[in-house]
Design a protein around this ligand. Structure first.
Ligand SMILES: *Cc1c(COP(=O)(O)O)cnc(C)c1O
Length: 418
């Protein structure tokens, strides 16, 4: 699995580490201080300083915003309270007569937000499989204002061609926004591929330590960035100073974390693919992944998210989860610790079972966010749990228990509150 290194990658590690370093003129603090103050004194009557009120502007948040803007090679960075509020900020670009095109397999929360606001008449939404050229072309023929791209997708790690979709979208005058949460700028830089906006749930790889919920949005052009920054202040969704401080701290190790994350993920993918308990592995780094070539072209690496189909029914899945010791059964991704999840009852519980199956999400599909623990421990934990899962699978086959695919309905663990 080749790993193509872009010229700008060493610079990326430097930018991430150096963000805010040695910038404190007051006390010469090496690390950027955290400014919790909600308000800032005027210099004099009707004479504002650089900051006046922390919803509008905050020095800690500004340092983090600028760091991500530099990493994405854009003009303006806007730090928001959550990843979803970054998506909500995008919605401010849309008027009732405007159409937004969203991918059919985008993040569930984004799908919910766009479809529910469209139901209230705030704008029109078209849900499209962007790898289906005809479907995409007919959606673009309606002259959308905004095209949303998310690649790789969750949980099947499908990849779409950002450059191609951006070109086609620009031809009809649409703006292009890319959700880059699954890779981070260390592995993919959508603005360089033609996107106008890139955004993240910083909750995931950018902060990387599972202790912040946050978002960030970066625009290529200054004017669009200023327009969105105006809206972020207007609707009050800017991120807190404390979260910005933690995220800035997390960002410093982005390059080394991702290097180790994906080194481990590659080994996990190879291990799973060869394992008798596994039917199929979804990882863009594998040569048999249907979009492997696009991933190779537009990404600097294959990331650390993967999914696989376990042999056996849902009882085998339950045994696997019960036996795992190092992996935590939890939502979210991108933290240093390895997480495992069951899309059908967790992230995609809001979808009907039939819709899940149509989207390729079976009840034996399991998603992993590969952490940066020692790879031997990760593999050993998976090995023993996979072996145990097959004892359950074989027992159920002997007792000819109906399989999970034959209409058995699982109760969702999260009631759609993802
Ligand atoms: C988590 C996530 C979001 C939403 O971010 P929050 O920080 O949870 O609000 C959006 N897009 C993707 C791809 C995500 O994984």
């Amino acid at each position: 699995m080749p790993y193509s290194k872009q010229e700008n990658q060493p610079k990326l590690a430097t930018t991430a580490v150096q963000a805010g370093i040695n910038a404190d003129a007051n006390h010469r603090a090496v690390v950027a201080p955290i400014y919790l103050s909600s308000t800032y004194a005027l210099k004099g009557f009707n004479e504002k300083g650089q900051f006046d009120y922390s919803r509008t502007g905050n020095p800690t948040r500004a340092t983090f915003a600028q760091a991500v803007a530099e990493l994405e090679q854009g003009s303006v960075g806007i730090v928001t309270s959550t990843g979803m509020s970054a998506v909500h900020l995008l919605c401010q670009l849309l008027n009732p007569e405007d159409t937004v095109v969203i991918p059919h397999d985008c993040y569930g929360g984004s799908y919910r937000l766009f479809t529910h606001l469209a139901k209230r008449g705030l704008f029109k939404v078209l849900v499209v499989d962007q790898n289906n050229e005809q479907a995409l072309a007919s959606a673009l023929a309606s002259h959308p204002k905004l095209v949303l791209i998310e690649t790789p997708s969750n949980p099947l790690l499908r990849i779409v061609d950002i450059e191609k979709i951006a070109q086609a979208s620009h031809q009809v005058g649409a703006l292009v926004a890319v959700d880059n949460t699954f890779l981070s700028p260390a592995l993919q830089q959508p603005l360089l591929l033609g996107a106008d906006i890139v955004f993240h749930s910083t909750t995931k790889y950018l902060n990387g330590h599972s202790d912040v919920v946050g978002g960030v949005l970066v625009t290529k052009e200054q004017a669009l960035g200023e327009q969105l920054a105006w809206w972020a202040n207007c609707i009050g969704i800017t991120g807190s100073a404390f979260d910005s401080y933690l995220s800035l701290r997390g960002l410093k190790t982005l390059a080394v974390r991702l290097k180790q994350h994906q080194e481990n993920a590659t080994q996990v993918a190879t291990f799973l693919q060869a394992h008798a308990a596994v039917n199929k592995v979804y990882f863009p780094g594998l040569a048999d992944h249907p979009n492997h070539d696009i991933a190779q072209r537009q990404q600097y690496g294959f990331g650390a998210m993967l999914s696989f189909e376990l042999k056996g029914d849902v009882d085998a899945v339950k045994t696997l989860f019960a036996e795992l010791k190092l992996f935590t059964l939890a939502q979210s991704l991108g933290g240093v610790e390895s997480l495992i999840s069951h899309p059908s009852t967790m992230t995609h519980a809001g979808m009907e079972l039939e819709a899940q199956l149509a989207a390729g999400i079976s009840q034996s599909l399991i998603r992993i966010s590969v952490g940066i623990e020692d790879i031997d421990d990760i593999i050993a934990d998976l090995e023993q749990a996979l072996t145990a899962s097959q004892v359950t699978a074989n027992t159920n086959v002997k007792n000819s228990k109906p399989s999970a695919h034959s209409g058995q309905k699982l109760s969702p663990a999260f009631n759609g509150f993802w």
